[in-house]
Design a protein around this ligand. Sequence first.
Ligand code: PRP
Length: 209
Amino acid sequence: MKPLRIALTKGRLEKSTVALFEKLGYNCDEIHNKGRRLILNIGDGDFEVVLAKAADVITYVEHGVCDLGVVGKDTILENGTSFYELLDLGFGRCKFALACKKGHNFYHGYDAKTIATKYPNVTRKFFENKNMDVRVIKIEGSVELAPLVGLADGIVDIVETGSTLKANNLEVIEDVTTISARLIANTASLKLRKNEIEDLVRKMEAEVK
Ligand code: PRP
């Protein structure tokens, strides 16, 4: 049978996922020496790994061209859930937070606030739960800039160490939710390749506890 195919988020989560597979005893040399290649084998042909951007990991898994995926809860919350979330992998821990310029009284006044974010769905839901009308502006990166240049009253963004906020004289007003990396599965793969997937989940579970 062909190996299980896993979509893996490139970058920060990639390193921790590779470390996890190595702890489970799978050889990851191909990934360490990948150069510009995007499809790689790990173990003794046990798994085929596809390296992709976070939102694309979900697309590949939803369409069934990858059986499994490793992706942050941030991307899951923003991009929908037509797949199974199997396991909290414990790494990639950070949080979504609402932040604004230090000393700025964000909730003052009755005008609808403007929020800049890379995560408009998460942001809308957060303010809907507060029954607060906001204008959401989608930004592609370095969201911290928006309140500094006067585009937004606040931002909803990922905070890990807090150093980006601090360096730009911004502060957290409220935490939105905590985030970590998740193992996800295509719904059909979970039925068709149940034993192999459950075997991997059991091994991972034992390691990340
Ligand atoms: C993320 C996030 C913050 C920063 C938070 O950005 O959007 O800017 O990391 O980390 P910290 O709390 O440890 O400072 P990323 O590095 O992914 O870049 P981007 O915003 O340009 O996408």
